[in-house]
Design a protein around this ligand. Structure first.
Ligand code: F6P
Length: 319
């Protein structure tokens, strides 16, 4: 193996640049040539590929977004499209790849591996919804952004004795809601992985008000329903001076946190080591603070599990 390619795919996540930097710098350090592929698998098929040197990734470790751009490209599921991508790999002499993205991106990476071009996947998504890893690159930053918003909403909630329903991202996963909710002292956290009862949420808010806390924060994951809709349902059980706020794509941006930068750096270097050992079709993760790898096929049949002890903790502490 002489030349490796790097691409980012799916929704961008803070820390993707730190991962690109780590892959490029580690590979160059090991004497490999490195090529950046713009716009994910779409750019691979289009041949939007350029050679990278150490300076290509200077000053990107703390920058949000992805310098390689990203795209969702379902067309890559089709074999003729994959073959077009392979033509480009051959043209540039690229014999292995690192794919940074959500598990959707791993399907493309696995197809390339099956065609003889080893690909390693790094979990880059704010949702933290990838199996076989405790954390994904970008999750810590997104949850910290959500927390910052919750802290700010609490100020105004308190001043006007209001209850805010705050909707956070996560697709079908409740991790951002759970972590930002616990850290932000939410009254209630509503996630897809746990049952909820709107009447019970209302009773809880009422009892908090009776005990003297006249404002409230309810954090809801987008996978359950919108903040607007939940506030509407909650309003039927009492007057909580409700306001609904949807945080949206602000959670995808910003300078990555220390944790995301370190995780991205560790995973990026590890991916190069796996490629150098002749491995492909593997997804990198971190479990109990140790770097691990698992066959991508295992991930497709597995489910990510939210840390439900945090839900119980939030309930106990918001007594
Ligand atoms: O997967 C990341 C994510 O931000 C999800 O949390 C969200 O549901 C989705 O992407 C939004 O997608 P788009 O950027 O295409 O609107």
């Amino acid at each position: 193996m002489k030349r490796i390619g790097i691409l980012t795919s799916g929704g961008d996540a803070p820390g993707m640049n730190a991962a690109v930097r780590a892959v490029a710098r580690k590979a160059l350090h090991e004497g490999l040539e490195v090529y950046g592929i713009n716009y994910g698998f779409a750019g691979l098929v289009a041949g939007d590929i350029f050679q990278m040197d150490a300076a290509s990734v200077s000053d990107v470790i703390g920058v949000g977004g992805t310098m390689l751009y990203s795209a969702r490209y379902p067309e890559f599921a089709e074999e003729p499209t994959q073959l077009k991508g392979i033509e480009q790999l051959n043209k540039f002499g690229i014999d292995a790849l690192v794919v940074i993205g959500g598990d959707g991106s791993y399907h493309g990476a696995l197809r390339l591996t099956e065609h003889g071009y080893n690909a390693i996947g790094l979990p880059g998504t704010i949702d933290n919804d990838i199996p076989y890893t405790d954390f994904t690159i970008g999750f810590d930053t997104a949850a910290t952004t959500a927390l910052d918003a919750i802290d700010k909403l609490r100020d105004t909630a308190k001043s006007h004795e209001r209850t805010f329903v705050v909707e956070v991202m996560g697709r079908g996963a409740g991790d951002i809601a759970l972590w930002a909710g616990v850290a932000g002292g939410a009254s209630d956290i509503i996630i897809p992985e746990h049952d909820y009862d709107v009447k019970k949420v209302a009773d809880h808010l009422r009892s908090q008000r009776q005990r003297g806390q006249k404002h409230g924060i309810v954090v809801i994951a987008e996978g359950v329903m919108s903040a607007e809709k939940f506030a509407e349902e909650l309003g039927q059980y009492g007057d909580f001076q409700l306001r609904a706020t949807t945080l949206g794509h602000v959670q995808r941006g910003g300078s990555p946190t220390l944790r995301d930068r370190v995780l991205a750096s560790q995973m990026g270097a590890y991916a190069v080591e796996l490629l150098m050992a002749g491995k492909g079709g593997l997804a990198v993760g971190v479990l109990d603070n140790k770097l691990v790898n698992h066959p991508m096929t295992d991930l497709f049949n597995a489910k990510h599990h939210a840390e439900l002890s945090l839900h119980q903790l939030a309930d106990d502490l918001a007594y």
